[in-house]
Ligand binder design. Structure first.
Ligand SMILES: [Zn+2]
Length: 582
């Protein structure tokens, strides 16, 4: 059986040109070699797996090559290069300071430094994880670093530059290695995959690159792992399964649900994700990235910041078209706050579920312009700091037409906020606040707007009557006279959902209105019938039959009269055991 060599070793770059993602550093080192301006000490800083040791090795190999080519690269054929290729060169010495950090280890190294190389001009000493050296070892090393023999070159590598003492720093040329971009990692893995005759989906490689978080070494070991799991066919589905990555599809579905105000679907999807064993905070961070990715898709200048495969990029572009900037900014706000408060939350699942509900409410919130005062403040809070972008969006978006029909005069900024927060989808039920109308509409969406305005459920006479009775019942205990007034009158429904409440005397009307009872009745009906357009009109019944009616003096007279007028009252009294209804 053929021996398996991990990709990170098998495909370790041999020339500066083939080092992925560090072209600036590679070029600088190469230039220094060409100009023969070699320093005695280099410090390579940067995260793990980004090519520090690889560059150090190429550097050592190149400065020792006996026949460098015209580009200044090593020939790969001379004795020195061969020795490097076969890992038997005496010109390179590697010390892993993580496990050899004592003074003794450094003294051994210093002893070696004195020995002249046999082939090539330089002896290169690579000290990996140099920040791990003990203080005593550092001091022992300092002397050699100050006055090294002419043939010695030190390359110190560290992931934690801040732990290197200043006396060392000041004696080194410092190179900061960056994380390798997803694009560079993907390109590199693609090459390897082709070489190994592995079929792949671009999305799958992107997932690997994302998981590697800028480290090429990690990316290559993940790739090896995935290949041993998938065989020669590396698909997106298999990769996310193997790496325990949450499918993008969930985020797309969730966002659709948010836009549609469908919090039920959102909660169910979240439940499904948890059921699959995903960590809730991992999910919420993924959701945040999703909104960020949608945001960068909104403008062609930022689409390059989207680091996903081609097919998924297409889905992002599509979804970003149906998300307004205002939606995305508010969504990012909500999700970031959710992430920040997650650890300290006492009910973590609920914490996220609430955020999902808020996200589902954004569209509705943005649609309702004429808010009760408290809601206006909310909107301002939610969209604070985003006005510039919204205005920018407004400028970019010619399809928005402004047609204000102000009932309440909002200031201009507020209007702009609301225009930007243009409705996305029709008919969101159940999100109405107690506002009466919306004063800005998009011509194109005029019809949809109407639906949203009504945001109300139709109700029948029967339902109205039931609600009316239920409402009356709420007064029975403490304000019985209003209960009887309601019971005495049958609600009359007029156009535009005006409910007429006929009372017998002006005194009743005044009492109902002054004590805010009329208002609470109205709110009760709105709530119970799920229709915010309901208005209550209290009228004094002038319609004849009571003008000549006998004066009613006692309570029992009144009760008797009312029972005659409205037989329902008897049932009502019986139901609530007010007193024996004979
Ligand atoms: Zn050579």
């Amino acid at each position: 059986m053929e021996q398996f060599i991990v990709s990170a070793r098998k495909y370790r770059p041999l020339t500066f040109a083939s080092v992925a993602g560090q072209s600036a550093i590679a070029q600088t080192l190469k230039n220094a070699i060409e100009r023969k301006q070699l320093a005695h000490a280099y410090l390579f800083c940067g995260p793990r797996g980004v090519g520090k040791t690889t560059c150090a090795r190429i550097f050592a190999k190149t400065i020792n090559c006996l026949n460098p080519d015209a580009n200044g690269d090593s020939c790969g054929e001379c004795e020195s290069c061969k020795a490097f290729a076969e890992n038997r060169s005496y010109n390179i010495h590697e010390l892993d300071a993580a496990s050899n950090n004592s003074v003794e280890d450094i003294r051994n190294l210093i002893d070696q430094v004195r020995v002249q190389p046999q082939i090539g001009k330089y002896s290169v000493y690579i000290i990996d994880e140099v920040h791990m050296l003990s203080a005593a070892a550092f001091n022992a090393f300092l002397k050699t670093l100050e006055e090294p023999p002419a043939h010695a070159v030190f390359i110190l590598a560290t992931t934690e530059k801040h732990k290197i003492i200043p006396t060392i720093l000041s004696r080194c040329q410092i190179y900061d290695f960056n994380r390798i971009s997803i694009e560079d990692i993907v390109a590199y893995i693609e090459k390897i995959a082709k070489n190994e005759h592995v079929n792949y989906e671009s999305e799958a490689l992107h997932i690997i690159a994302q998981k590697a978080d800028g480290s090429m070494r990690d990316a290559l070991s993940i790739f090896d792992q995935v290949v041993s799991f998938c065989g020669t066919n590396v698909t997106y589905a298999k990769v996310i399964e193997n790496l325990n990555v949450l499918d993008y599809e969930y985020y797309f579905k969730l966002t659709n649900a948010f836009i549609a105000g469908d919090y039920c679907t959102a909660l169910l999807i979240f439940d499904e994700i948890l059921a699959q064993g995903f960590d809730a905070q991992y999910f919420i961070r993924g959701l945040n990235s999703h909104f960020r990715d949608l945001l960068v898709c909104k403008d062609t200048r930022t689409t390059a910041l989207l680091e996903v495969g081609v097919t998924i990029a297409e889905s992002y572009k599509k979804q970003s078209e149906i998300c307004s900037l205002a939606f995305l900014f508010t969504a990012l706000d909500i999700v970031s706050a959710c992430d920040a408060g997650y650890k300290t939350s006492s009910g973590q699942r609920l914490h996220i579920e609430l955020a999902l509900c808020k996200l589902s409410n954004i569209t509705a919130l943005h649609k309702t312009v004429q808010q009760p005062v408290a809601n206006i403040e909310n909107i301002e809070k939610n969209t604070k700091g985003t006005n510039t972008q919204q205005i920018a969006e407004q400028n970019n978006t010619n399809r928005i037409e402004e047609k204000p029909q102000n009932n309440i005069k909002l200031d201009e900024a507020k209007e702009k906020t609301t225009v930007a927060a243009r409705p996305e989808t029709p008919s969101i039920k159940g999100f109405s606040s107690l506002n009466e109308s919306v004063n800005i509409e998009d011509k194109k969406n005029e019809k949809q707007e109407e639906n949203i305005l009504q945001m109300s459920e139709e109700f029948t006479e029967e339902q109205l009557l039931t609600a009316w009775k239920n409402c009356a019942a709420t007064f029975v205990q403490k304000q019985a006279r209003f209960a009887s007034a309601m019971t005495a009158a049958k609600p009359v429904r007029e156009d535009d959902n005006i409910i007429v409440f006929n009372v017998q005397q002006i005194v009743q009307k005044n009492a109902l209105e002054e004590k805010g009872i009329a208002k609470s009745i109205c709110l009760y009906l709105q709530k119970e019938l799920k229709n915010t357009s309901i208005k209550l009109d209290v009228r004094v019944d002038q319609s004849g039959d009571n003008i000549d009616a006998p004066k009613l003096y006692t309570d029992s007279d009144k009760e008797k009269y009312m029972r005659e007028k409205n037989p329902e009252l008897a049932n009502f009294q019986a139901a609530f055991e007010l007193y024996d209804a004979k």
